[in-house]
Design a protein around this ligand. Structure first.
Ligand SMILES: CC(C)(COP(=O)(O)OP(=O)(O)OC[C@H]1O[C@@H](n2cnc3c(N)ncnc32)[C@H](O)[C@@H]1OP(=O)(O)O)[C@@H](O)C(=O)NCCC(=O)NCCS
Length: 151
């Protein structure tokens, strides 16, 4: 959405975002990536990471790796108070722009099969289920759906 009631910027990951991102990560996922893992993304040549900043606050992020001609999304999350305002959509759109500029032909991700909100969100964005990874997640153990969007 472009009518978010605040100043929204989608920017590349910078050191100032890492602490809040690792907090959001802990709020959202049972097996969160650590502070150090996100810090390492800053110098990872494969990493493509965008951050949604609302009124100067880190509100969400999306982390992907660019491998040959594919983007693989590792994590995408929006802090609870900022959800359903189009921030995750804007983060994905930034990946689409990156994909077009960099000859990326597909974007792939895994999602817990019980995460209906995320699955419906990805389906609306044109991702299609292409497979399943049995017992991919722990805590609790659960299958992952593999979803892909091709360009
Ligand atoms: C999934 C998630 C990233 C979506 O972020 P968001 O910023 O709220 O998403 P958006 O506002 O861009 O919503 C996109 C669409 O999903 C819908 N949607 C989002 N959350 C919803 C909810 N709780 N219930 C119903 N619909 C929802 C929106 O209405 C919107 O649809 P529309 O644009 O067609 O109306 C967010 O819920 C989240 O961080 N969840 C926890 C972490 C997670 O599960 N990440 C995904 C792991 S694979």
């Amino acid at each position: 959405m472009d009518d978010y009631p605040g100043c929204v910027e989608i920017v590349p990951l910078a050191p100032c975002h890492v602490e809040r991102i690792s907090e959001i990560e802990r709020e959202c996922f049972p097996n969160p990536w650590s502070y150090d893992a996100y810090l390492a993304e800053l110098s990872n040549p494969l990493a493509v990471v965008f951050v949604a900043v609302v009124d100067g606050e880190t509100a969400g992020y999306a982390d992907a790796h660019h491998i040959v001609d594919e983007l693989y999304i590792n994590n995408i999350a929006v802090a609870a108070p900022y959800r359903q305002n189009g921030l995750a959509t804007r983060l994905l759109k930034q990946f689409y722009k990156y994909a077009k500029k960099n000859d990326v032909v597909s974007i792939t991700l895994e999602v817990r099969e019980s995460n209906r909100v995320a699955i419906e969100f990805y389906e609306r964005q044109g991702f299609e289920p292409v497979g399943r990874r049995h017992g991919f997640y722990v805590n609790p153990t659960e299958d992952a759906l593999l979803m892909t969007k091709t360009f």
